[in-house]
Design a protein around this ligand. Sequence first.
Ligand code: PLP
Length: 441
Amino acid sequence: MTRLLHRSIHTPPRHAVSAQGLRFTDSEGHQYIDASGGAAVSCLGHAHPDVIAALHDQLDRLAYAHTGFFTTDVAEELAETLIADAPDGLSHVYLLSGGSEAIEAALKMARQYFTETGQPQRRHIIARRQSYHGNTLGALATGGNEWRRAQFKPLLMEAHHIAPCFAYREQHEGETDTDYAARAAGELEAKILELGADTVAAFVAEPVVGATAGAVPAVGDYFKRIRAICDKYGVLLILDEVMCGMGRTGSLYACEQDGISPDLLTIAKGLGGGYQPIGATLLSAKIYEAFAQGSGFFQHGHTYMGHPMAAAAGLAVQKVIRRDNLLANVQAMGAELRTQLHAAFGQHAHVGDIRGKGLFQAIELVADRQTKAPFDPAHKLHARIKSEALARGLMVYPMGGTIDGVRGDHVLLAPPFIVTPSDVTEIVGRLSEAVDAALQS
Ligand code: PLP
C-alpha cells in the first residue's frame, strides 16, 4: 500500500535505502551499480564526503533565505565559479531548482530581451524534433517529443520544430558530414524565413541530445552554422545543457567542443550531482545589459531560487570536479566505455548504433541492422531491458518507442565521473546480458 503517486502506478519502483559511490542498496539488500547517474545526475557518485560536509556546514549556518530579501555567500561564489569557466560572453547566472525551471527562465529572458530592446514582435520559439527540454508547460511546448506532448497539446504555447542533427537516422548514404551539417542547419534558416525573420525570438537545442534520442551529438560544423544563422537574423541561441553539461561529455560545457557560445545556457543535473535540486540559466552580457539598462528587473522568480542548501551542494560538487581533475577521468573512462561497448555490441545483430561523448554514451536497438527498422513500440523493448538490467544489479536509462516513425529503443549510459575501468567492465558485461535476455523475452 502506498500513498505516493508513482510514475508507473502498476509497477512501483524498488525501495532505495542507501547509496555509496556507484552502488545503491535497496530494502531487500540487493545492490545496484549506478551506470546512469539516475538520469545523468549523480556525477560524483553517492555520499561524497566533501559534499556532505559542505551541506552540514551550510545547514548549521543558514538553511533558507528568500532572494527577495537576501543573497548569500554560497550563491554568489557558485555564480563566480560557473562564470569563470563559462563559454565566452556569458556573464551572469540565475539560480533555480531544476532543468525545466532553467528552460522556462531562458525562454522568458529571451522574450524580455526583445521587449526591453524595442522588438516586441519577436515571439516565436524554434526547437528541434526529438528533443526534450522538460515537463513544465513552456518546456514541454519547446521540446519535440510527441509522446510527452500529445495529450497536453491544447495547453501548450505555440512552438516550431525543425529536424534534429541525427546522423544515424537522418544523414543520407554517401552524404559528407559537412554537407549533412549544412542541410540540417539550413532547416533553421528556412524556418526563420518562413515565420518572418523579425518575429523569431530564439532557437533552442541540446548540444548532445539526451533522453529523447540517446546521446546524439551533432556532426561537423552544425553548431557553428546554427550560431551564424542566429547571428544573421538576430535570433537568440539557447543551448540546453541540463543533461549534457557540467563535464558529462568531457568538457565542462558541451558546446565548448562545438566551438560556439550561446546567448543563454541552461544547466541542472550535474550541477548539484543530485545532492540538492538545483538548476541555472546563464545569460550573456548582452542580455544582462539590456535588462540593466532597461527596466532593471527580470520579471520572473520562484520561492526556492538561489536556495542556500542547493547552492552549497552545487558549489561543493563543482569544487570537487575541478580539484580532482575529474574531467580527465570522464575523457579516459568515456573512451574506455566506448571501446568496451564496441567490443560487446559492435557486431550485435540488434544494435544499430553506438554513440555519444565522454561519459554520455548510448546504444540504439533495431529490429534490423540493414534497414535500421526499430522494434515495434508495443513490445516495449526499452522497459524489458531496464527490468532485466535491474534484475542483474544494474541501473541504466533506457528509452523507447517510435516518434516521427524513425526512432528506435535506446539505452543511455551516464555513470558518475569517478567510474573505474573495472566498473566499466562490470557495467558493459551486465548490460550485454540484460539486452540479450530482453531480446529473448
Ligand atoms: N532539459 C534537458 C536536456 C533534460 O534532459 C531535462 C531532464 O531530463 C530537462 C531539461 C528537464 O529537467 P528537470 O527534469 O530537472 O526539470
